[in-house]
Design a binder for this molecule. Structure first.
Ligand SMILES: Cc1cc2nc3c(=O)[nH]c(=O)nc-3n(C[C@H](O)[C@H](O)[C@H](O)COP(=O)(O)OP(=O)(O)OC[C@H]3O[C@@H](n4cnc5c(N)ncnc54)[C@H](O)[C@@H]3O)c2cc1C
Length: 479
């Protein structure tokens, strides 16, 4: 059968992963002069998926992600490529301090603790957060030999092994829950913090490794970037700018209900939309959550669908609260706080948004953002709005002494919204990739379910997926 000259690609899912895939696909097809058209289909009326920004009355309120880590370059690079260089803003790192709730009170994470690893002796030694025995146990990291086998392990097992239980309970668990909303006893080290394991292998100790890396970066001539970056008007600026650059067919507010595959057809894939329309394609890219992808692939490969469904998701919610600055006595002298499980509080974390970034609230207001749900309190996400907001205010009164009425409250729920990378995740992803390639040619999976949940990772995966599609197309063209 003769292949049609122009190949049509359907991308399902218009979150950052689908958008980045479409953008890079278009860019590379143009650069290589390949005949390619595409349709990007998104269920919601607007693109962006988890990226939702509300900019009203001088506030910039993020419902999902609020920034991206600058150490992973792909989000920053994409912003620069899109001409958003002048819109990038960084965290106010001179105010960078994280607090941890300890016996009901906020204690600062000692200066020099990088991620979870102490790199400066005095602030760490003087900190009341960790007991003398806990500090000694963390120091044993300098002497404990590195693990020799390559098997994946949980983040909790790794931290306990190197730094002890107190470091896990008081520092690692709440910080990691803040990032992955995950239980560290099930979270895969290889999929989330492979760098820790690399440091252990190279230096035999996390503390030695962190110190060595710190020295190397202080000698580097590269300009120091702020830890996290975002866009002045919020992350939907990134979404809107990508969408404006896309020249393919964009179909927001359309749900893909079914995917048909017929190997004998010239265009083997057919997508059935909720409004009854169909669309044919030579290639399909799924940038949907793993459980949606599983449903679409079930008829063709139930074993693959089962592997996809085994990627668990947790529900979370965020509540943004604004207050009159004059009503708040708390100095908000940091980026916010995280809460260890053993503190038995119903919140997960709180970001002091107007300290972390400029341009988030009018001058006479302050903005906070509270995280709820995750592995500790998932059921709270389903609470009625009034009850949930009352709970948040009750907890903020206890922890930060805030009793003033907020001038604004905004709740965003993310049911089954956060992919969990359990121990063995990388092996599962490899099986999923192999199964997909073997049974569904010219179909590609991408997105936060697989090789990184952060925005830079999603963008990188989108870029890699586009490269793969183009390489496959060139292969077909050259046959
Ligand atoms: C509260 C919260 C805070 C976060 N904070 C940060 C942060 O600060 N920094 C960071 O880097 N990351 C953060 N993350 C993680 C990051 O936001 C996500 O991992 C990322 O946005 C996921 O992008 P995605 O495109 O892979 O998936 P999604 O954004 O979930 O996009 C998938 C898209 O597929 C669409 N879809 C589903 N089914 C269908 C269908 N049948 N037909 C058509 N379309 C369909 C959905 O509507 C959705 O738009 C946060 C996540 C949450 C929930």
């Amino acid at each position: 059968m003769i292949k049609p000259m122009t190949q049509h690609v359907i991308i399902i899912g218009g979150g950052i992963s689908g958008l980045a895939t479409a953008y890079y696909l278009q860019q590379q097809a143009q650069a290589k002069n390949l005949p390619l058209t595409y349709t990007l289909i998104e269920k919601q009326p607007t693109f962006g998926g988890k990226i939702v920004t509300d900019t009203r009355d001088g506030f910039v309120i993020e419902g999902g992600p609020d920034s991206f880590i600058s150490q992973k370059p792909w989000a920053r690079q994409l912003c620069q490529e899109l001409g958003l260089q002048d819109r990038l803003i960084g965290t106010n790192d001179e105010q960078r301090k994280t607090f941890i709730l300890h016996n009901g009170r906020l204690q600062a994470l000692p200066d020099g603790v990088m991620l979870i690893i102490p790199t400066r002796f005095m602030p760490f030694a003087l900190s009341p957060l960790i007991s003398p025995w806990g500090k000694l146990r963390m120091g044993l990291d300098l002497f404990i030999p590195a693990k020799t086998d390559e098997a994946d392990e949980s983040l909790a097992d790794f931290i306990r092994r190197r730094l002890g239980n107190e470091a896990l309970e008081k520092i690692a668990e709440p910080l990691m829950a803040g990032i992955y909303v995950a239980d560290p006893t099930t979270l895969s080290l290889q999929s989330t913090f492979p760098r820790f394991r690399q440091i252990e292998k190279k230096y035999g100790s996390l503390i030695k490794g962190m110190l060595a890396q710190q020295q190397a970066s202080s000698k580097s001539s590269q300009p120091k970037l702020p830890l996290f970056m975002t866009l002045r008007g919020g992350l939907t600026e990134l979404v809107n700018t990508i969408v404006a650059k896309l020249t393919g067919e964009l179909r927001p507010h359309q749900t893909v209900n079914r995917l048909n595959y017929q190997a004998t057809e010239a265009q083997p894939y057919e997508v059935l939309l909720a409004d009854g329309q169909t669309r044919r394609a030579d290639r399909v890219i799924l940038a949907t959550p793993a459980y949606i992808t599983a449903g679409l692939l079930e008829p063709y490969n139930p074993a693959l669908a089962e592997q996809l469904r085994a990627i668990r998701y947790l529900s979370t919610a965020t509540v943004s609260l604004a207050f009159n600055k004059a009503d708040i006595a708390h100095p908000l002298n940091g980026f916010g706080f995280v809460i260890p499980k053993k503190e038995n509080t119903r919140l997960m974390a709180c970001t002091w948004v107007s300290t972390k970034f400029n341009h988030r609230a009018p001058n006479d207001q302050i903005l906070l953002r509270v995280f709820i749900g995750g592995y500790k309190n998932e059921a709270l996400v389903d609470w009625p709005t009034d009850k949930l907001l009352a709970l948040v205010r009750e907890e903020l009164a206890k922890i930060m002494g805030i009793t003033a009425r907020p001038t604004r409250q905004q709740l965003y729920r993310w049911p089954i919204g956060n992919a969990q990378y359990d121990v063995g995740h990388l092996a599962r992803v490899a099986t999923i990739e192999a199964e997909t390639q073997n049974t569904l040619p010219h179909l590609y999976l991408t997105g936060s379910a697989f090789l990184g949940v952060g925005l830079p990772d999603c963008i990188y995966q989108g870029q890699q997926t586009a490269i793969k599609v183009i390489a496959d197309m060139e292969g077909v063209k050259n046959i």
